[in-house]
Write a protein that binds this ligand. Structure first.
Ligand code: PXP
Length: 241
């Protein structure tokens, strides 16, 4: 099975919000991403709605055929309600603080075991596949298994930050983490700062990888290369392994 590319459309919403109008039209962008070959659409609503808005998520779900992945912190009641209303294919729980620029760490799955187990059970009962964002740590992955999640999303910042210095070293802890996840029969997603330079090497060394969600670099590349071309270039990185 080829690795799936889920395009995070938050940055398009950031651009739209800069002027207060509807340009670019985020719903149209999500539909175009699907048309251009994206296997899924990811949104990461935050309480201040500074990029994607809750209303965007309802609209996007209605107008796309590919999988919708909603990311966010379930501590927000509004987030939980949104997920239960929209019923996406997947929810990815991320422990980001209010106002944080972007996610910068995975869950402590041991300290939050009870909380995560309860909230994941709520989503699973609604028929939604669940994933939790974790650092590449065997202990955190073992803890994730205890919560009942279907998948983990590996936080790839450490890999991407060290890729250009020494990619062989940078990938090591991810290989070990993926082996642990496989042993425990957890599905593996990955994301954060993946780009056209570092994506293929990651996919090659984590053969059990199911899905990557990519936003920032893909949107930056689209400025120069165009959205259709960019999506095809990203797909080629993960399909030609
Ligand atoms: N996965 C999670 C949990 C995230 O929070 C983000 C950023 O919102 C991404 C993936 C995508 O990261 P990037 O925008 O760097 O591609």
């Amino acid at each position: 099975m080829p690795i799936k590319l889920s395009v995070n459309v938050n940055k398009f919403a950031t651009l739209r919000n800069a002027r207060g109008g509807n340009n670019p039209n985020v719903l149209q962008v999500a539909q175009d991403c699907e048309h251009f070959g994206a296997d899924g659409i990811t949104v990461h609503p935050r309480p201040d709605e500074r990029h994607i808005r809750y209303s965007d998520v309802y609209a996007i779900k209605k107008h796309i055929q590919v999988e919708l992945n909603i990311e966010g912190n379930p501590l927000e009641e509004k987030f939980v309600q949104l997920v239960l209303d929209v019923v996406p294919a997947q929810v990815t729980l991320v422990p980001d603080a209010i106002g944080q620029i972007t996610s910068n760490h995975g869950w402590d799955t041991i300290a939050n075991k009870k909380y995560l187990s309860e909230i994941l059970a709520t989503f699973k009962k609604a028929g939604i596949r669940t994933s939790i964002f974790v650092d590449p740590s065997a202990a955190m992955i073992a803890g994730a298994k205890e919560t009942g999640t279907d998948r983990i999303e590996l936080y790839t910042e450490h890999y991407t930050a060290n890729y250009s210095t020494n990619k062989e070293v940078a990938i090591q802890q991810y290989i070990i983490a993926a082996e642990k996840a496989n042993e425990l029969q957890l599905g593996i997603n990955a994301g954060h700062d993946l780009d056209l330079m570092n994506l293929q090497y990651f996919g090659k060394h984590i053969p059990q990888l199911l899905e990557v969600s990519i936003g920032h670099a893909l949107v930056c590349d689209a400025i120069y290369l165009g959205l259709q071309n960019t999506i095809q270039l990203y797909k080629r990185q993960i399909h030609e392994l």
